[in-house]
Design a protein around this ligand. Structure first.
Ligand SMILES: Cc1cc2nc3c(=O)[nH]c(=O)nc-3n(C[C@H](O)[C@H](O)[C@H](O)COP(=O)(O)O)c2cc1C
Length: 633
């Protein structure tokens, strides 16, 4: 079935054992001085063990003050080489090849991660996202940058990397030179294509002069900028031909740029959405071409290869969710793959909050050594209350540690709030994760008691060594007049088809659940949909906010719900009351932690509370809490 996917492929002189490539992903796991850490090496090692043919590292900074995040690796001094040598040896031990991505973030950085040094760019246009005006590079400074790219590549080669990938994508410095959207120069580095391409050509020449013509030098490019006034795919085809002409040995096709409020092409939902553009680029070059973006299953990957649209398949977040994806598929254990659900909470979300890359589906990303060491010689009976993601992960980690977990779920199904979370449009893959957790409980032979609420009496009778309360949260129902009318329901029930929703829907609460529920109701053609939110703004998500506009969903922010009547919701804004027609009223006021059991058990046995039972949280926090709790218990 997956013959092509597991067939070897030659990139320059480097033979890759299969077509599965881990694309570059910032982890922020290194030291502030760009040196590698054990955490960084062990994280990549797990992927090498998991069977990936080629691992591309996150973007290494080629200059001390050229970082996009504070703890990315660096290749701006020879002192960086020693640990990278150890790193490449560890990866090679498992038969994987490893390529180092080299970049400068340009204007798309925060000067505060670079010791206050001003960002740089071809032209002084601030990134719409970070809003800091960059310094317009002089020609001498451009020459210095070209040299530094070459020096970084030399260090990568001396460290044993199989190749380097020059980062031309996602809105960073070299992308900014290529795009007329960000390059307004009138000297030899701006204007016509030849001039905008000049720095890239010089970088390739400099790199090659320092690593030799046989050494693998590839590049990553965005098939389109995705911005009004930027490059589109035909410009990228021209770019690809020119890259081949200057000696690029592969093109790793991505899409979009980060600093883009209109269309961040990097994380949309559709599987393989960048394949058509990859195919166009591939049609004009004879060097290998990779495709990426939501390539999440072996079936789609094989189909793309078989149809000749790409030569290798890049997977980013899939490799976070399951570093063992290749081996599981190869060994016929595809159903064991833990899928990325495209939530972006643990990966981008954590990074953008200044922390380190993680994953909702895989809470032990970057914590592989801790997972390895999770073992106890003491046997313990652990009772877990609540079969949501936190409870299920607590049971899985308890088993891993060598304990005997028993999972109690009051309802007749496992999943908790993950069940309804799969219902909003575009969120269907959440079910894959829920399914994986349930299947893993079975594979690990963990006892599950459905329709059984864990109560004090059970604990008193059975005397477990510890209880983990993972009961999640209960929807908040504020004391609003007539909130108990029959046409009023909670978001979960509306999403999961437990109530009939009709024309004129009012969703009370514009947080994540409220926004997603409103969009789901609009998709179901429930007539006019309105969101009422007490705060000045609703939950921000590029895709859902776009749909709010597309479906003409009315949003009343800074507005308080006062009363519900049989056919309306009475609200108040700026001291003025008005009424919004409503045949269905959906409550999405948030959740109250369900921690009563923990209070009841105080003094009886060791009790730990995790996830939504502590405070309003999400499946990412619940899974992480579960892991941390089991490390300690
Ligand atoms: C946390 C995170 C960090 C990323 N950092 C980089 C990077 O350093 N360089 C790069 O070229 N792409 C980076 N990307 C983009 C990925 O390589 C990939 O193109 C993107 O996630 C889409 O592919 P996917 O759907 O398989 O995840 C990053 C993605 C994520 C999620």
């Amino acid at each position: 079935m997956y013959d092509l996917l597991f067939s070897p492929y030659k990139l320059g002189n480097v033979e890759v054992k299969n077509r599965l490539v881990v694309t570059a992903m910032v982890t922020n796991y290194c030291n502030y001085d760009g040196t590698l850490t054990e955490k960084y090496m062990r994280y990549h090692e797990e992927k090498a063990k998991g069977g990936w043919g080629l691992i591309i590292t996150e973007d290494y900074s080629m200059r001390e003050h050229g970082k996009g995040y504070d703890r990315i690796p660096g290749f701006y001094k020879d002192e960086h080489i020693a640990l990278n040598k150890e790193f490449t040896e560890r990866i090679h031990k498992y038969g994987a090849k490893v390529v180092c991505q080299i970049y400068h973030p340009g204007r798309q950085s925060n000067q505060y991660v670079n010791g206050g040094v001003q960002n740089i760019a071809p032209s002084p246009i601030p990134c719409p996202w970070l809003k800091q005006i960059p310094h317009e590079l002089t020609v001498d400074e451009i020459h210095e940058i070209v040299e530094q790219f070459g020096d970084a590549a030399r260090r990568a080669k001396e460290s044993g990397f199989d190749g380097v990938e020059i980062h031309l994508a996602h809105g960073y410095l070299l992308f900014e030179f290529l795009s007329p959207y960000t390059n307004k120069r009138t000297d030899e580095y701006g204007g016509c294509f030849k001039n905008r391409f000049r720095i890239v050509k010089e970088v390739f020449e400099n790199v090659k002069s320092k690593v030799g013509d046989d050494y693998l030098v590839g590049c990553r490019l965005s098939s389109r900028d995705g911005y009004f006034g930027g490059r589109d795919v035909f410009d990228s085809m021209e770019l690809a031909m020119n890259l081949e002409a200057i000696g690029a040995m592969y093109i790793n096709v991505s899409s979009g740029m980060y600093g883009n409020h209109q269309n961040n092409d990097i994380d949309v939902y559709a599987h393989g959405f960048n394949v058509p553009n990859t195919e166009k680029i591939k049609s004009v070059v004879s060097i290998p071409v990779f495709t990426t973006n939501r390539m999440t299953t072996a079936g789609v990957a094989e189909a793309v290869l078989k149809s000749g649209r790409a030569d290798l398949i890049g997977m980013g977040r899939t490799s976070l969710a399951d570093p063992w994806f290749p081996n599981k598929v190869k060994e016929g254990r595809e159903e064991e793959v833990r899928h990325c659900i495209n939530c972006n909470i643990g990966c981008y979300g954590e990074l953008l909050a200044g922390r380190q890359t993680s994953c909702l589906a895989n809470p032990t990303v970057g914590r592989e050594s801790e997972l390895d060491a999770m073992h106890s010689d003491v046997s313990k009976k652990i009772y877990i209350a609540g079969g949501g993601p936190g409870g299920m992960y607590a049971a899985i980690y308890a088993k891993k540690k060598g304990y005997t977990p028993v999972l109690f779920e009051a309802k007749d199904r496992l999943g908790g709030q993950l069940l309804s979370a799969a219902y909003p449009p575009g969120k269907g893959e959440v079910s894959l994760f829920t399914q994986w957790l349930i299947a893993e409980l079975k594979r690990q032979d963990i006892e599950v008691r459905l329709n059984t609420k864990l109560k004090k009496e059970i604990v008193e009778a059975d005397k477990p060594d510890a209880v983990i309360v993972a009961a999640g949260g209960t929807p908040t129902i504020p004391p609003i007049k007539s909130i108990d009318l029959p046409h009023v329901c909670v978001a979960e029930d509306a999403l999961m088809g437990k109530v009939v929703t009709g024309d004129d829907v009012v969703v009370c609460g514009g947080g994540e659940v409220g926004v997603e529920t409103a969009v789901a109701m609009a998709h179901r053609e429930n007539g006019k949909v309105t969101i009422v939110e007490m705060l000045p703004s609703i939950y921000a998500d590029m895709n859902f906010n776009k749909q709010i506009k597309e479906y003409d969903i009315a949003v009343h922010a800074s507005t308080k719900v006062k009363e519900i009547t049989e056919d309306a919701v009475i609200v108040e804004k700026d001291g003025k009351e008005f009424s919004i027609p409503a045949k269905t009223v959906i409550l999405a006021f948030g959740y109250r932690p369900n921690n009563k059991l923990a209070e009841e058990l105080e003094g009886l046995c060791e009790v730990r509370t995790i996830g939504g039972s502590i405070k309003t949280s999400n499946a990412f926090e619940a899974g992480r809490d579960a892991f941390n709790t089991l490390l300690e218990l």
